[in-house]
Design a protein around this ligand. Structure first.
Ligand code: C2O
Ligand code: CU
Length: 437
């Protein structure tokens, strides 16, 4: 039985499925026809980084940088990343968040591989088949490791279309109370030509929801968690709440005046786009802007799966805070069906199953629910079906009292983590496993 830390804390025995050998479920070794091999070497090491303001932070880094080097590819390429641990004593792995890689490449330490210890390496290989905005992060002691800086972006471009002239990937992170967008605390300013297309890829690498507002131009939310929305309409004076671990792609046409992207309505930080090197105008107060409801956004289209579909398996997960029935830990744990990891019963599926998952939040905290290896279609929230674009996500915020029904096809054999992406909660038990029988 391998060991996993379920997000942090001491390693615990993992309840493996009978006869499942994850090690054999590796990625391919060559790209698709027409694709190339994208090779990266990432050195995990401790470093003191200096933010734009001059503030110095003791960090855990990939290649001495936070965020780590952007990993990019074109659809059909083979991504090959060699992780080398220089001096992270807690160990390191790389999980490709939202990317449905073969199980042995998933980077769930203790489950799909052992954590890489100082002086050792591990090579990840997977095909860049999913287009869009994703990210990578350590999955060994991940609560501590991600907070300290072991993360970066993963962006896969379509083979045909050419990128917008301004295409920025913006991981958002909080270092000891300091908000950092990309590698900037305070304001980051970029110039963009009026009339030109702009794409902003926002990644929430923190443990809590963040609220993003864009002022100065109408924009469209074109993708959520890397998945395109169907004909999304223009938005103004509308906030976007992004789950921990989630990604939003925003698209706009650069106007002749400046544009501001704010996080949590903070006018002293965020991104400014200025036309041709001018000075950015002061952004407006966005605190009263309402939140977009994703379940009714985008042009309605036939939902690929609905609540009346013929499901092969149905699971219900109740998320709560309280004493764990398994009693393995003391105090107020974050539980799933009354238990803490690894005592939460494993979800068992068979390849090809259409699976419905109902997730109920009985606690007073929001839980950004995340599945490894599979994206889900949202069927309903609190009984209300999705009425806009089909909504495909890998991380979704379940607020206190909410009930979400989601569905996925079990098409990626292996052993997978399913957990809260508030990694503090995950490390305190709110995690379970999904196994193929
Ligand atoms: Cu981004 Cu298991 O996590
Ligand atoms: Cu949680």
């Amino acid at each position: 039985i391998p060991k996993t830390d379920a997000g942090g804390g001491p390693a615990v025995a993992y309840p493996a499925a009978k006869g499942m050998s994850v090690a054999s479920l590796t990625g391919p070794t060559s790209p698709r026809p027409g694709g190339t091999v994208r090779r990266y070497t990432l050195d995990a090491r401790t470093a003191t980084i200096t933010l734009a303001s001059g503030k110095r932070v003791a960090a855990w880094t990939f290649d001495g940088k936070v965020p780590g080097p952007p990993v990019t590819a074109v659809q059909g390429d083979l991504v090959e990343v060699t992780l080398h641990n220089v001096d992270i004593a807690a160990g390191v792995s790389i999980h490709w968040h939202g990317y449905d890689v073969p199980a042995a490449e998933d980077g769930a330490a203790g489950l799909t591989q052992e954590a890489v210890t100082p002086g050792h390496s591990f090579v990840y290989r997977f095909l860049a088949d999913q287009v869009g905005t994703y990210w990578y992060h350590t999955h060994q002691d991940s609560n501590q490791g991600v907070q300290k800086g072991l993360y970066g972006s993963l962006v896969v471009a379509p083979r045909q279309a050419k990128a917008a002239p301004t295409d920025l990937t913006l991981p958002f992170h909080t270092f000891g109370g300091t908000a950092v967008i990309g590698d900037h605390d305070g304001v980051e300013t970029r110039s963009a030509a009026p009339g030109s297309p702009v794409r902003l890829r926002v990644v929430n690498t923190d443990n809590v929801t963040h609220r993003f507002t864009l002022a100065g131009a109408p924009y469209r939310l074109v993708a959520a968690d890397g998945n395109d929305l169907n004909e999304p309409g223009p938005l103004t004076r509308t906030a976007l709440s992004l789950a921990a671990g989630g990604r939003y792609d925003l698209q706009l046409t650069m106007p002749s005046a400046s544009v501001a992207l704010l996080a949590d309505d903070d006018r002293s930080g965020g991104l400014r786009l200025v036309p041709g090197g001018g000075k950015a105008a002061a952004p407006p107060d966005t605190t009263a802007w309402p939140d977009l409801d994703l379940t009714s956004y985008g042009r309605p289209a036939a939902q690929p799966v609905t609540s009346s579909s013929a499901f092969d398996r149905r699971f219900t997960l109740v998320l709560d805070q309280g004493l764990s029935l398994s009693g393995r830990t003391k105090g107020r744990d974050w539980t799933v069906n009354g238990h803490t990891f690894p005592d939460v019963p494993t979800l068992v599926v068979r390849k090809g199953d259409l699976v419905e998952m109902t997730v109920v939040n009985r606690s007073l905290a929001t839980h950004p629910w995340h599945l490894h290896g599979h994206s889900v279609y949202v069927l309903s929230r609190n009984g209300d079906p999705v009425t806009g674009s089909p909504l495909k996500l890998d991380t979704f915020d379940i607020k206190p009292g909410e009930v979400w029904k989601v569905a996925f096809t079990a098409d990626n054999p292996g052993l997978w983590m399913v957990h809260c992406h508030n990694l503090v909660h995950a490390s305190k038990g709110m995690s379970l496993s999904l196994a193929y029988e």
